[in-house]
Design a binder for this molecule. Structure first.
Ligand code: DOR
Ligand code: ZN
Length: 353
């Protein structure tokens, strides 16, 4: 596959997505539905989605927001997740398993990121019965893999998480299906590649395309700030190697996380990059850089369904080699959003079928 001018592939899924709620949800959900067939929807709303009934109500709002956009609801399937807390019980896990629309629990260590105040403080104590039930019933645990200890350097939080939490988690619950979300380090991909048992990792476009210099290029660049934060070039290279390898354990998860422009361009700016608008163009750019466009379909459309035990999509999408300039800004309710890499020109343009 040297220099193809078009790339037709099975329609992809996004295995890690933030859709928000209310007017924000209405503004962004159509972008994901344009490129992806399904998405694993993160539960970190202002009021976290902790129960099946909350997840079902949120799912209805997502489908409603799409209908209002004139798009048929059957074309996009939100795969709901529940927010793990210290109060999650084994019964909560059984309820989730019995609900056809809930696909996973999400672990946010308390204080790790946006809306994580209700996150877990006692994983191996209070959460143990829930984890045991997940392991037994095959319910995946999606992990924000960063320690929150203020003494740990922000760039080391993922690596330290492996040593302090992930190893113990997987030793105590060896059959628990784990997704190590938004991997950002060589330590992370090395761990996921080699670890025994059912484990996979998602990779975002920003971590495949940029290193931490992007945050400081010519001044402080809030639109390149996300958590886990971008890392050194050696880590970016390791992530790109993993994404474009033939390991079935690495697949697409944009972590597209919209925040209004004024909340990012602020004295204490929010973490998150908006990539739902142009996710596939961004991933294609990264894969082409690695000379591995031939692996994009496996990464975007095959390995995720295999891990989650879901069918592969039956429709196709096309990427065409033609210039696409990322808009400077897109509407977000009464506010605006600055997409990742706003104003830059990419070599690929997405189209249906
Ligand atoms: O940058 C991030 N933004 N990382 C997360 O883990 C959460 C997300 C958000 O919800 O804004
Ligand atoms: Zn996320």
């Amino acid at each position: 596959m040297t220099n193809p001018t078009t790339l037709t592939m099975i329609r992809p899924d996004d295995w890690h997505l933030h859709l928000r709620d209310g007017e924000g949800l209405k503004a962004v959900v159509k972008d994901t539905a344009r490129q992806f067939s399904r998405a694993i929807v993160m539960p970190n709303l202002a009021q976290p989605v902790t129960t099946v009934s909350m997840a079902l109500a949120y799912r209805d709002r997502i489908l409603q927001a799409l209908q209002m956009d004139g798009k048929s609801v059957v074309e996009f399937t939100p795969l709901m997740t529940l927010y793990l807390t210290d109060n999650t019980t084994a019964q909560d896990v059984r309820d989730a398993v019995n609900c056809e629309h809930v696909y996973a629990f999400k672990l946010y260590p308390a204080g790790a990121t946006t809306n994580s105040d209700s996150g877990v403080t006692d994983l191996f104590g209070r959460c143990a019965p829930a984890l045991e039930a997940m392991e037994k019933l095959g319910m995946p645990l999606l992990v924000h893999g960063e320690v929150t200890d203020p003494d740990v350097d922000v760039f080391d939080r993922e690596a330290v998480f492996i040593d302090r939490v992930m190893l113990k988690l997987r030793q105590q619950f060896p059959e628990l299906k784990v997704v190590f979300e938004h991997l950002t380090t060589k330590n992370g991909v090395d761990y996921v590649r080699e670890a025994p048992g059912p484990i996979a990792g998602t990779l975002t476009p920003q971590h495949l395309l940029y290193n931490r210099n992007a945050i400081f290029q010519g001044g402080l660049q809030p639109h390149w700030f996300c958590l886990p934060v971008l890392k050194r070039e050696v880590h970016r290279q390791a992530l790109l190697d993993a994404a474009t390898s033939d390991s079935p354990r690495f697949f697409l998860g944009t972590d597209s996380a919209p925040h209004a422009q004024h909340l990012k361009e602020a004295s204490c700016g929010c973490a998150g990059c908006y990539s739902a608008l142009h996710a596939l163009e961004l991933y294609a750019t990264a894969f082409e850089q690695a000379g591995r466009l031939d692996r994009l379909e496996a990464f975007a459309s095959l390995r995720g369904p295999a891990f989650y035990g879901l069918p592969v999509n039956t429709t196709k999408v096309t990427l065409t080699r033609s210039s696409y300039t990322v808009p400077q800004t897109v509407p977000f309710g009464d506010d605006s959003l600055i997409p990742l890499a706003a104003g830059t020109t990419l070599n690929w343009t997405f189209s249906e079928g």
